[in-house]
Design a protein around this ligand. Structure first.
Ligand code: HEC
Ligand code: HEC
Length: 203
């Protein structure tokens, strides 16, 4: 029930935010534009270094655009990505988002099968402290469904770091981030490690 309310509010909020980005551009990004991202995110949006950078491949275009705008405004504080986002025009963000959304993503390998199993249970059924199943918002395979981002196949270190950011940040202006914060507050450190390990291997 609570999840349904979150979803409803989140969808309405996202529809409003996305209206600001409704620029009908479908041009492919130029090679030089893609080169600005490739050193970290790889040529096709599959991370160049899993310990450092997330995948963009297979992520929803709307979410990529929203995050680029968040980096630029400082709503999502990150010096490296802010510098990158500040140099992008609106149409360039659109092109890049559509390009990466269409690329196939490669799952990561994780050496700990027991931890993965524990993470999978959490993903499907929720946590002992009452966090709802990740699948209820992010989709049965974690592939994302508007307005929720894809979380499958991300490097474990990245997911773990993001979960801690949601949990520890004092407050978000964005209602979607606030919804995710409510979830993160109900995850233990062990839950976070397990679900991150599982998601990394999920295709
Ligand atoms: C110098 C390395 C670097 C470059 C170059 C770079 N990024 Fe990033 N990017 C990062 C890092 C690190 C993060 C993780 C940020 C965080 O922890 O919040 C990130 C995160 C992102 C995210 C958020 C992903 C998510 O799942 O929330 C998007 C979208 C993104 N980058 C797009 C781009 C695009 C598009 C370009 C090229 C125009 C680009 N980045 C260039 C390092 C880089
Ligand atoms: C009530 C719905 C809901 C549930 C349940 C939920 N999430 Fe989320 N999650 C969201 C929303 C909304 C966002 C986007 C927040 C934003 O824009 O910052 C998000 C974002 C994320 C991100 C950031 C993705 C990225 O690439 O930037 C991660 C990681 C994540 N969720 C992991 C999880 C995990 C793991 C679980 C299960 C333990 C979970 N979520 C359960 C709604 C939910």
């Amino acid at each position: 029930m609570q999840t349904a309310i979150f979803r409803h509010r989140a969808s309405a909020a996202l529809a409003l935010m996305l209206a600001a980005f409704a620029i009908p551009v479908n041009a492919a990004p130029s090679k030089t534009l893609l080169q600005r991202c490739a050193a970290c995110h790889g040529a096709t949006g599959n991370t160049a270094a899993a310990a450092l950078y997330p995948n963009l491949a297979g992520q929803s275009a709307a979410y990529i655009e929203l995050q680029l705008a968040n980096f630029r405004s400082g709503e999502r504080p990150h010096a490296q990505m802010r510098a990158v986002a500040e140099l992008l025009t609106g149409p360039e963000m659109c092109e890049l988002a559509a390009f990466y959304a269409a690329q196939p993503v490669k799952p990561q390998r994780s050496p700990d099968a027991a931890l993965e199993q524990q993470g999978r249970r959490l993903f499907e059924h929720g946590s002992a402290h009452g966090a709802p199943a990740c699948a209820s918002c992010h989709g049965p395979q974690g592939h994302g469904q508007a307005p929720f981002p894809r979380i499958a196949s991300q490097p474990a270190g990245y997911t773990l770091e993001q979960l801690k950011v949601y949990r520890d940040a004092p407050k978000f202006n964005n209602p979607l981030a606030s919804a995710m914060k409510e979830v993160a507050l109900k995850l233990s450190d062990a839950d976070m490690r397990a679900v991150s390990a599982y998601l990394a291997t999920a295709p």
